[in-house]
Ligand binder design. Structure first.
Ligand code: AMP
Length: 112
């Protein structure tokens, strides 16, 4: 099923894209929860992390690598949080796998 993020990947709706390669896209969250709030998504439409299959292992690793690269490029490498909400009860609202990268303010633990 096509989500909002597929439309962003296909450039059918605008987004503030800060990184793109053949497998992934990184753009600013429209409703930021921290001074820096990025979404790291695969171009492959996997609904959520628990839907990923064994063949996605490399892709999942790639997303983590991209997160680290982008954080380094933005000078965030010392302090950021990477999180994925898996399922509606965990707060997931867009069913296209994404990692939230949050930085720029103190981050509490445990999260809400
Ligand atoms: P989640 O609640 O974990 O599924 O996260 C979905 C995120 O997508 C939320 O933080 C939203 O603010 C964000 N979002 C929704 N629509 C857009 C959009 N058009 N551009 C950028 N971020 C969006």
């Amino acid at each position: 099923m096509e989500t909002l993020f597929t439309k962003i990947i296909n450039k059918e709706i605008p987004a503030d894209i800060i990184f793109e390669d053949d497998l992934s896209l990184v753009f600013k969250d429209i409703n930021p929860q921290a001074p820096t709030h990025l979404l790291i998504i695969p171009k492959k439409p996997i609904p959520k992390l628990s839907d990923a299959s064994e063949e996605d292992k490399e892709l999942l690793g790639h997303l983590m690598w991209v997160a680290g690269e982008v954080a380094r490029d933005l000078g965030l490498d010392e302090t950021f949080r990477l999180v994925t909400n898996n399922g509606a009860k965990a707060g997931q609202s867009v069913f296209h796998l994404h990692l939230h990268l949050l930085s720029g303010r103190p981050l509490q633990w445990p999260p809400g």
